[in-house]
Ligand binder design. Structure first.
Ligand SMILES: [Zn+2]
Length: 330
């Protein structure tokens, strides 16, 4: 009996010491490390040499590319850029446009294929689409060879992977046979929709509107990250190594640093696309077919009969502004 009466104060003393230890340990850790989960994300940038290449001069494309890549390189953030080679062919500017594209490789980034003319697999017969893939390889493959690299990724234009499963699977087999790995995406905040309005504001030096667009873009991005972090956890039990879709435009060139900061604050570390694809999530069953290109978390969810609900709503005012432009985005 006397033993048990002694244990009470001892246990009490031990638990007090434990609590004290916890308190000291917690206090010595930076706040971020305690509260922020460890997350990983790969950056991919589509529509190179630039989303709006047709209305830009070669010099502007070079300037934009240098600014975008400068930030990524300074911050040691890996990225893969996806090319539409048709945008290289502007009379008298071909050399300069190819040079702008080559900067990606000179800066240490990677290039992949986004088809020659940004052709949707949902809109043309499979054979025509395959020709677009092959045609889209010419210059990029040559540039890659000069850097002792090979073409290994394809990104579907509009994220359209085919209107029926047979087409989807045949296209996949064709891509694999040509040495491609499909580059999926899991995060997308429609920067292309902001980009046209931002460009227009930039040309008119309307800094007020530019700032409004940037803050809307960052807050919509936050909503997308919130939603898909949670949705992936609910659906597959964890947050996979994510893949973010961005586009080659002035909005990103001017402000990608703010987006990277936002991601770092959420606990993200920047990884290569190759690393992201090593996540077994990307080999889960995916039988998505549809008219609207969508992200791969949605693909897995739809395959399991659990389509996403209450997804973040894109700000209507930006769509309205975009439609009012002389050359609206897509
Ligand atoms: Zn695209």
């Amino acid at each position: 009996m006397f033993k048990s009466t002694r244990t009470v104060p001892t246990q009490f003393a031990t638990s007090r010491a434990f609590v004290l230890l916890l308190f000291v340990t917690a206090a010595s850790l930076p706040l971020r490390a305690q509260n922020t989960p460890q997350r990983e994300i790969a950056i991919t940038i589509d529509d190179l040499p630039a989303g709006a290449a047709n209305s830009m001069t070669g010099t502007e494309i070079t300037e934009m590319t240098a600014k975008l890549l400068g930030t990524l390189r300074d911050q040691k953030v890996p990225a893969v850029g996806f090319v539409n080679e048709r945008k290289l062919y502007k009379f008298g500017e071909v050399d300069e446009r190819i040079k702008a594209l080559n900067m990606w490789l000179d800066y240490g980034f990677e290039l992949g294929n986004h088809t020659f003319a940004h052709t949707s697999l949902n809109r043309v017969p499979l054979k025509d689409w395959e020709e677009e893939v092959v045609r889209g390889e010419t210059v990029t493959r040559l540039l890659l060879q000069q850097h002792k690299m090979t073409m290994r990724y394809l990104r579907h234009p509009y994220l359209d992977t085919g209107r029926d499963l047979e087409t989807r699977r045949e296209a996949e087999a064709f891509l694999v046979a040509r040495g491609y790995r499909i580059a999926p995406i899991t995060m997308d905040a429609w920067d292309w929709m902001y980009a046209g309005v931002y460009d227009d504001a930039r040309k008119r030096a309307d800094t007020g509107l530019q700032q409004q667009l940037v803050s809307s873009y960052l807050s919509y991005s936050t909503e997308v990250f919130d939603y898909y972090e949670k949705f992936s956890k609910d659906l597959i039990g964890y947050e996979p190594k994510q893949i973010l879709l961005l586009h080659g435009n002035w909005l990103e060139a001017d402000h990608i640093g703010e987006l990277l900061d936002l991601l770092r604050k959420r606990g993200y570390r920047f990884i290569t696309l190759q690393d992201a694809l090593s996540d077994s999530a990307y080999s889960m069953p995916d039988e998505y077919i549809g008219e609207e290109g969508t992200n791969w978390i949605d693909h897995w969810a739809i395959t399991r009969g659990r389509p996403p609900r209450n997804t973040p709503v894109f700000p209507q005012w930006v769509i309205d502004r975009s439609k009012a432009l002389p050359h609206p985005a897509n």
